[in-house]
Design a binder for this molecule. Structure first.
Ligand code: SF4
Length: 199
């Protein structure tokens, strides 16, 4: 089976999923999108209103900022794979509960198995906590690297919606730190592509 065929099966399951209460208010499921061969995946928390309406991840204001952040280091959003922990919109954009995240995350883990990335960039605290299995202060750990199953690098960055609430670009501000972080992601991206080229 090709990666696309495997991902299509996961997406079909998500579309029919009623495993947690978040299915009750969804307009569309938001499984994720992008390059199934990308060495890097981006994982956020959950779909917002624009995402629920369109069925696509990170297309609202925060998503447009993420697109700009990627473009600032010449990565197109379609070059990488972008998704969330939960695939249905939590009411009023609240954080998914631990239970919802735990139920839905088996889709995310299946997607990770299909894509087989070298690095997962987590956007915001809930996504990082899912991988680390413990509570963390994102302001303290962003830009650090963690190792996850099979040697995948987990690289936490701020969620773009946090950057919208903290627009300062002063040295040491969340936006400034994000600029440092995305430059590191770019370096890793180049390294991964080069390693793939060299077999
Ligand atoms: S959020 Fe995930 S587990 Fe809950 S209904 Fe949607 S797809 Fe199913």
């Amino acid at each position: 089976m090709t990666k696309k065929e495997m991902m299509d099966i996961i997406v079909e399951r998500i579309k029919n999923c009623k495993a947690c209460p978040l299915h009750e208010n969804r307009t569309n499921v938001v499984p994720g999108e992008g390059n199934l061969d990308s060495p890097i995946m981006f994982v956020g928390e959950g779909p917002g209103e624009d995402e629920d309406l369109s069925g696509r991840p990170f297309v609202g204001r925060a998503g447009q900022l993420l697109t700009k952040i990627l473009e600032s280091v010449n990565i197109k959003r379609e070059d990488v794979y972008i998704t969330n922990i939960v695939k249905c919109r939590p009411p009023n954009n609240r954080t998914p509960t631990k239970e919802e995240a735990s139920i839905c995350s088996h889709y995310l883990f299946a997607q990770i198995e299909v894509i087989n990335p070298r690095m997962i960039v987590t956007l915001g605290k809930p996504a990082l906590e899912l991988f680390l299995g413990k509570s963390v202060a994102i302001t303290k750990v962003r830009g650090n690297e963690f190792e996850w199953k099979g040697g995948i690098i987990i690289f936490p960055m701020f969620h773009p919606s946090y950057l919208l609430r903290n627009p300062s670009k002063a040295k040491g501000s969340p936006k400034d730190l994000t600029w440092q972080d995305i430059k590191r992601v770019r370096k890793y991206y180049d390294q991964f592509l080069k390693e793939r080229e060299n077999g």
